[in-house]
Design a protein around this ligand. Structure first.
Ligand code: NI
Length: 153
């Protein structure tokens, strides 16, 4: 496993659409392992492959309840609304209020290519939507009116 470089604001890669994964091979598993390690090292709750420069529909999430790996994820239903402060590892020290669904159901594939469903509410719903947006080239700053910057210590 290896920690990969997280792409930061200004790089066009963050604006590109990711392609679906078609081959569930060792290369994909290495990507997933590296993404999880990178996310944990950066103290994040989610990471999309485009944030490490790989334009594939792959995300990892851990809101403190265990690692979830999602390949080719699609939101299939959503319910309610929640508005809260959101940030992103690609936009260090920037935060904004973002409205997201309160609950979502997502269809995805695991690292072996097996289809599964995950339902999330509150923070997990937020993380799922945020990371799935990354795969479409959408970042949280597109969804907020005001960016709050955290000052250097
Ligand atoms: Ni992000």
């Amino acid at each position: 496993m290896a920690i990969r470089n997280i792409i930061k604001e200004g790089d066009e890669i963050l604006r590109k659409k990711c392609r679906p994964v078609e081959v569930f091979d060792k290369r994909l598993w290495t990507l997933l392992d590296d993404m999880a390690e990178t996310m944990y090292a950066a103290d994040g709750v989610g990471l999309a492959a485009s944030q490490v420069g790989v334009l594939k529909q792959v995300i990892v999430i851990d809101i403190g309840e265990g690692l979830i790996e999602l390949i080719n994820p699609v939101v299939i239903s959503e319910e309610g609304k929640q508005t809260d402060l959101e940030g992103c590892l690609s936009f260090p020290k920037q935060y904004g209020m973002v409205t997201r669904p309160l609950k979502v159901k997502v269809k995805a594939f695991d690292r072996n290519g097996k289809k599964f469903f995950v339902e999330g509410s509150e923070l997990l719903a937020r993380a799922l939507c945020h990371e799935i947006d990354h795969l479409k080239g959408i970042v949280f700053k597109d969804l907020t009116e005001e960016i709050l910057e955290e000052e250097d210590e």
